[in-house]
Ligand binder design. Sequence first.
Ligand SMILES: [Zn+2]
Ligand SMILES: [Zn+2]
Length: 198
Amino acid sequence: MAQPAKPLRRSQRVRESHKLTESQRSQLQDLLDEVDDKVELIGDPDWEQNGAQTPCRRLKKNASWTAKNPNKITKWPKVLKLTHIAWMLFKGIVCPTTDEGEMSHICVDPNRKKGARSARCFEGSHLEFETHKENKSRDPCHNAIDKWVSNNRNNSDAVTTGTIYLSNVAADLGVDEVGLCKHTPLCFGNYGQINEQD
Ligand SMILES: [Zn+2]
Ligand SMILES: [Zn+2]
């Protein structure tokens, strides 16, 4: 016997209308443009030629941008942060609800000290919407990469700028690279300040 149709849960409603409309897209782009002159790029300046990762995009030290709360453009997420905006523009879809997962960084947080999270990367291609478990499971990879970079900062034989994957440094650290990073996309860290041309 056919079940009576249940009303859609909010997550299903969001999924059904998940593609960004032209108007949403341009409003989100306008918001992202607001921080254009407040951005610093971190990574390999010749990333395209070198096959490295797109540089990380962060707000410069002391620069700020106020998250939009309530978010009137896509309605969800309720608080619209730069990471949400960049992710949505990159994927072309509205951000899923929190019962489906959370925003996760593929790239290493350059300010891993507690309380410095606001300066995290908002390059759309470095963001994944994953479960909390998947997000947390990237921590050992990020920690190992970052540990190697801080260990080798004063080592003139080591290249500590550009894009660094766990496979580049695992042997040095004596960690089991295969046992660690099984993530898709692979975890990486971008290092080195890129000066923008004027
Ligand atoms: Zn990044
Ligand atoms: Zn990983």
